[in-house]
Design a protein around this ligand. Structure first.
Ligand SMILES: NC(=O)c1ccc[n+]([C@@H]2O[C@H](COP(=O)([O-])OP(=O)(O)OC[C@H]3O[C@@H](n4cnc5c(N)ncnc54)[C@H](O)[C@@H]3O)[C@@H](O)[C@H]2O)c1
Length: 448
């Protein structure tokens, strides 16, 4: 008796529920059919592409799957004939046990589809010509080993990453940057100035770019006192042409840049609809566009020499949307995406000694975000510039690809991956992040 036949003539709701359960199992058991078709299709396609004889053993597998899967499904369905003699609970239990066969069959089918696909990819010649059934178990073992290996690698990297992120500064071995040519954009104040001083103390040669000539010269004076060789350029980083001209001059006058630190940034800090168009454009040009043109100017030589480092000072606003920072967040999300993609490109090019780092700090007490507030200063403090520079130097000198500050933000970023939006909004309010820009004043010149 089929499920549908069994359904006729019974009208108690218990029996109907029981039959529905059996019917659902029946349908899922029939999964065997499309899976079998996929296996046939893969095999035929393989013949089409390779124009070689088909390995008929694959068909044997497919047929076994089909018979096993469908017969188990039919058995599940046949339970529906007993609905009048069993309570719904007994019936559901019986069907579930019976259906375990079907599920096993389905697992086998899933596995075989994967196996055949892999088989064709990895052993095209053997699969086309031979009839060697040992490839199937061999491949199952290979796949299992690969999956287990993958899990172990992810676990070990996660452990190392977590330990590195939590270690205090100065514990990890650092590379030498003595004699390296370091170009810092936005060196006329804030983080840029402090970074210049740190590199000067380590014996690097410095190239300082800023639109603010006076600030840039002041930084140069400070680093000269530390004995550094320093060169200043007045560059408008919102202009591609300006960047390219300055880059040519640097290459001619000083040489190839070893470490490029894209630090210059601007913020408007206004609600989106109140934000003048030209300021939004400037935000994108300085915070994102400048990354393209500087990197394009200097990365080539780094790749050629297999020596170099590109550092992007992005922001935690490049990881989370923030009320009152729509254009800034857009530009910093882009900066993070750019940096991540660049790192992948360089890895693919096997330039093992060219490094990419992106730095994502929360608000810093440099004046750029003057007036912003935090509700939980112990957990998410407004950061001190010295601390940010300590950790940024650690990141650069240890070739760390990503730095997020303060450390608590790592957990928030992790949670963002799986928390529903409403929960995220609640937490945003709870931690005061959604209102952090309410009293923003900023630095007038930075948005000019
Ligand atoms: N201050 C923060 O709260 C904070 C938080 C996260 C990330 N950041 C990022 O850190 C970086 C440094 O910020 P800061 O706090 O030192 O700010 P800052 O204002 O002190 O420094 C920015 C520098 O960029 C320069 N600059 C601006 N527009 C320019 C242009 N068109 N051409 C050339 N130079 C230009 C400015 O003259 C200034 O010297 C920025 O990219 C910023 O977005 C800052």
């Amino acid at each position: 008796m089929t499920v549908l036949e069994a359904a006729d003539g019974y009208d108690t709701s218990d029996a109907i529920i029981s039959r529905i359960v059996a019917f659902i199992f029946f349908c899922s058991g029939c999964f065997a059919l499309p899976a079998t078709i996929i296996i046939f299709w893969l095999t035929l396609r393989h013949k089409q592409i390779r124009n070689k004889p088909i390995n008929w053993s694959i068909f044997n597998f497919a047929l076994v799957d089909l018979v096993f899967g469908v017969s188990a499904a039919m058995q599940s369905a046949s339970f529906s004939g007993m609905v009048d003699s069993l309570t719904p609970l007994q019936l559901v239990t019986a069907v579930i046990f019976e259906h375990l066969f079907t599920l096993q069959a389905q697992k086998r089918i899933d596995c075989n589809v994967a196996v055949v696909t892999q088989l064709i990819k990895k052993h095209p010649n053997e699969m086309a010509g031979g009839n060697n059934l040992w490839y199937i178990p061999q491949l199952i073992v290979e796949t299992t080993v690969e999956v287990v290996r993958g899990f172990v690698i992810v676990f070990v990297y996660t452990l190392i990453g977590a330990v590195k992120a939590l270690l205090p500064c100065g514990w990890l071995p650092r590379k030498s940057v003595a004699g390296d040519i370091v170009l810092i954009t936005g060196a006329g104040s804030g983080l840029g100035r402090l970074l210049a001083q740190r590199f000067a103390a380590l014996g690097s040669r410095l190239i300082l770019w800023d639109i603010n000539e006076q600030g840039n010269e002041e930084t140069a004076e400070l680093v000269k006192k530390l004995g550094a060789d320093v060169h200043t350029y007045t560059v408008d980083l919102s202009s591609r042409v300006d960047i390219q001209l300055a880059a040519e001059r640097v290459k001619k006058e000083i040489g190839d840049v070893d470490i490029l630190i894209n630090n210059a940034g601007v913020v408007t800090g206004k609600q989106f609809l109140e934000c003048p168009d030209y300021l939004m454009e400037k935000t994108l040009e300085v915070n994102t566009g400048a990354l393209f043109w500087t990197v394009k100017s200097f990365l080539g030589k780094m790749m050629e020499k297999n020596h170099g480092h590109v550092v992007t000072i992005a922001s935690a606003a490049g990881l989370f949307g923030t009320n009152g920072l729509a254009d800034y967040c857009a530009s910093k999300f882009a900066a993070v995406g750019f940096s991540e993609s660049l790192a992948l490109e360089i890895k693919a090019a096997r330039a093992s000694d060219v490094h990419i780092s992106v730095v994502c700090p929360y608000f810093i007490n440099t004046g750029m975000f003057e007036g912003v507030s935090t509700l939980w200063p112990n957990l998410i403090p407004i950061l001190e510039p010295e601390y940010v520079v300590d950790r940024t130097m650690e990141t650069i000198l240890t070739n760390n690809p990503v730095l997020v500050m303060p450390r608590f933000v790592y957990f928030v970023y992790f949670a963002k991956g799986f928390l529903p939006i409403k929960a995220q909004l609640f937490l945003g309010d709870f931690f005061g992040v959604t209102k952090s820009m309410a009293f923003f004043k900023g630095r007038a010149s930075s948005s000019a």
